[in-house]
Design a protein around this ligand. Structure first.
Ligand code: NDP
Length: 339
């Protein structure tokens, strides 16, 4: 029987999610990859247990995580039942709907019919009465924002979710969603954008909007799906995400990217960290980012990534050097040194 580590709350820092009452761990774990029916169940179970032992209280899912679709929620439900039954109130569990889930016109995007049916299915798969956060996974240009937001608000009203969130909404769409939810008396808790050293779009207005409106921000793919680590320094390992050539493409790892990765790796070494650790610390250097939402394929990665929390500060000079590398100019000599 799993008994959680009694010291699990001693080292993970928790941050307030915008202007809400919710605190999230500065690192959260997502189940997009490595927890599906095609993956090794016990490996996923070991990562969830270890994460919780290290203070990760937030697990992020979506209806279509797998493969096959739905299987990450099913596996998570089994693990919850086996290991986390008595810890439900210590967990923040989120799910989403908005991408393709089932055939036909009612299994995709942002209609009320899709969102609420999907949430019921998610709850059933996970064996839960409610999720902590229910997200609109992406904006739907064809559906009135009021319809999508009122479906989220009703999920809360009916006790199927405690909070609501949005993902992949740009600043203007975010403002519309926030206003609509406010008018329904259900504030938007959180936004989930893609954010990493390689994807800095949220710095162009979104983070400012979130701060102004009092929303939290949970940054997904902070390692750019593994690019921001030492994983690809010596080629493409057979068991890596890039080897599957689907969500992360082999072509994404070109010479320009590798030069940047080598240079960043050298900077991380100078800080006494791995590149994955520096990439996570970099994402949460901004206090507007509540949590870095990572993925891992094994317990060792998880442990390494969570250890980044012991060295989160950057000097101005370090940040300048990182910007220089990302602008494509800097640190070639350092890259060459480590190549
Ligand atoms: P990351 O950017 O953290 O990438 C995770 C991958 O990086 C791992 O699977 C692993 O790849 C590699 N990795 C992790 N740690 C290390 C390490 N220490 N050393 C070397 N390699 C490492 O995040 P994800 O792209 O997995 O996304 C995280 C979560 O964000 C998802 O699970 C999901 O919850 C959420 N998400 C949300 C989206 C949205 O639209 N809202 C979209 C995408 C993700 P490998 O498997 O090769 O070992």
């Amino acid at each position: 029987m799993y008994v959680a580590d009694a010291r699990r709350y001693e080292s993970m820092p928790y941050r307030r999610c915008g202007r809400s009452g919710m605190l999230l761990p500065t690192i959260s774990l997502g189940l997009w990859h490595n927890f599906g029916g095609a993956d090794v169940f016990e490996n996923g179970r070991a990562m969830l247990r270890r994460a919780f032992d290290l203070g990760v209280t937030h697990f992020d899912l979506a209806n279509n995580y797998g493969p096959p679709y739905g299987s990450a929620e099913e596996n998570f439900g089994r693990i919850l039942k086996m290991d986390f039954g008595c810890y439900r109130d210590e967990l923040v569990i989120s799910t989403k709907a908005g991408w393709d889930m089932w055939p036909g016109p009612y299994g995709d995007f942002g209609s009320r019919k899709y969102l609420l049916a999907s949430l019921d299915q998610s709850l059933k798969r996970m064996g839960l009465d409610y999720v902590d956060i229910f997200y609109s996974h992406r904006p739907d240009p064809q559906t009135p924002i009021e319809e999508t937001m009122s479906a989220l608000a009703d999920a809360v009203r009916w006790g199927k979710a405690l909070y609501v969130g949005i993902s992949a909404y740009n600043p203007a769409q975010t403002m519309e969603a926030v206003k609509s939810l406010r008018s329904l008396g259900r504030p938007c808790l959180i936004h989930q954008p893609k954010y990493s050293m390689f994807v800095r779009e949220p710095e162009r207005g979104l983070l400012q909007t979130l701060e102004h409106e009092g929303l939290g921000c949970i940054a997904f793919s902070p390692l750019a799906q593994g690019l921001l680590s030492d994983r690809y320094l010596k080629g493409i390992p057979r068991d890596s995400r890039a080897a599957r050539d689907f969500f992360l493409k082999k072509n994404d790892i070109d010479e320009h990217r590798l030069t940047q990765i080598r240079a960043l790796n050298a900077l991380a070494k100078e800080r006494g960290q791995t590149l994955a650790q520096m990439a996570i610390a970099w994402v949460v250097r901004d206090q507007r980012v509540t949590s870095a939402l990572i993925g891992t394929s094994r317990v060792e990665q998880l442990e390494q990534n969570i250890a980044s929390m012991s060295h989160r500060k950057f000097s101005e000079e370090e940040l300048r050097q990182i910007d220089e590398v990302l602008a494509g100019e800097g640190r070639v000599s350092a890259a060459e040194k480590t190549a």
